[in-house]
Design a protein around this ligand. Structure first.
Ligand code: SF4
Ligand code: SF4
Length: 337
């Protein structure tokens, strides 16, 4: 069996639904990444600029790099009904088990199998300096929408992408050639915080996903009303995309919806340790307890239910973290008559 067939078989056995190949070299998106970084659109995610040289060209890290293997796996997308009460929205990718764990373990197995066959590799799922989206487009695994998200034709953008750079020559797949968007601009218009400065140009400094997951501070007040009920991430620019309206059902049980909604009062009232314990093994731990409580307070302020003031005053304003108190103060002021 040649390397291509062997890698496809190994990855398929590990549950990856997409396995495609691109020639390793300077990324076709190098110029875009460099201008995006130089314009500061990565906010304070400094690791993106620190590793830009490898992202732009994987041969900086592995001189013998020949091929990028692109791997895809779908996650749940069909949100369960509102559970009642004051509930916050969680981005779909975070509804189940932490994808870093599940996909990371599978990549480890794949890399070991490749090593046994004499093939060295590096890469990961969001954890390595590899431009997964760019290689997905180059390999035809997906197409880049104006919302800066890759969707897999016939599947949707509700999925994970991983990439492994390998030192073996594998015949590449053809890139996705069609313009996936045409005259559509729904995602650019729908963003509640105006985070797009143009097609494919997403400014993290205005994005709800950045502020509710990566940032440790409270977002600028002018942005907070746009956060709506989002308590972790945001899917608006994907929800409106016509390519996402009828995707196939997911098959991975670990990614089925467990935390599609969060009870916002409960998030604020639960002790920090217990909150982190509850979300063990899920992406929801990423902002930390204070970050989640900050997000819950903002969402409560946006829901417009004055019954939340009691929770905000009792738990939010009394929290030890200034960011939770600041968010709660903002929410109470927004809800007060
Ligand atoms: S994730 Fe939300 S806030 Fe960020 S660009 Fe998309 S719609 Fe805008
Ligand atoms: S909403 Fe329209 S413009 Fe945006 S990614 Fe989807 S097809 Fe492209």
């Amino acid at each position: 069996m040649d390397a291509r067939a062997r890698i496809k078989a190994l990855a398929g056995d590990l549950g990856f639904q997409t396995v495609r190949f691109a020639c390793a070299g300077r990324s076709p998106d190098a110029a875009h990444l460099e201008s995006w970084l130089s314009d500061g659109m990565h906010a304070d995610m400094d690791w993106l600029s620190r590793t830009a040289d490898v992202r732009v060209d994987p041969r900086v890290r592995m001189a013998e790099a020949r091929t990028v293997v692109v791997l895809g796996l779908g996650h749940a997308w069909n949100r369960p009904p509102h559970p009642g009460g004051r509930a916050g929205l969680v981005a779909r990718y975070a509804w189940g088990r932490d994808y870093h764990n599940l996909i990371g373990k599978r990549l480890k197995k794949l890399r070991q199998a490749l090593r046994d066959a004499g093939i060295e590799s590096f890469g990961g799922v969001d954890t390595a300096p590899v431009l997964e989206r760019s290689w997905a487009v180059a390999s035809g695994a997906g197409a880049l929408g104006k919302n800066a998200v890759v969707f897999q034709p016939g599947r949707s953008s509700w999925g994970f992408l991983a990439a492994l750079v390998i030192d073996a020559e594998v015949e590449p797949d053809a890139p996705y050639a069609r313009d996936p968007c045409g005259t559509c601009s729904r995602c650019l218009v729908a963003c509640p915080t105006g985070a797009f400065s143009g097609p494919h140009r997403l400014d993290a400094r205005r994005c709800i996903s950045y502020w509710t997951i990566e940032a440790r501070e409270l977002a600028p007040e002018a942005l907070l009303p746009g956060f709506g009920a989002w308590v972790f991430g945001c899917d608006v620019c994907q929800e409106v995309c016509p390519h996402n309206h009828h995707p196939p059902d997911p098959t991975e049980p670990d990614f089925l919806p467990k935390n599609a909604w969060l009870d916002l009062d409960e998030v604020l009232a639960t002790p920090d340790d217990a909150l982190m314990e509850r979300f063990l093994g899920t992406p929801l731990r990423r902002p930390g307890a204070a970050g989640l409580k900050r997000n819950a307070a903002v969402a409560l302020g946006n829901l417009g239910d004055r019954g939340a003031i009691e929770t905000l005053e009792r738990w939010g304003l009394a929290h030890e973290a200034p960011v939770v108190r600041d968010a709660s103060r903002w929410a109470v002021a927004r809800l007060a008559p």
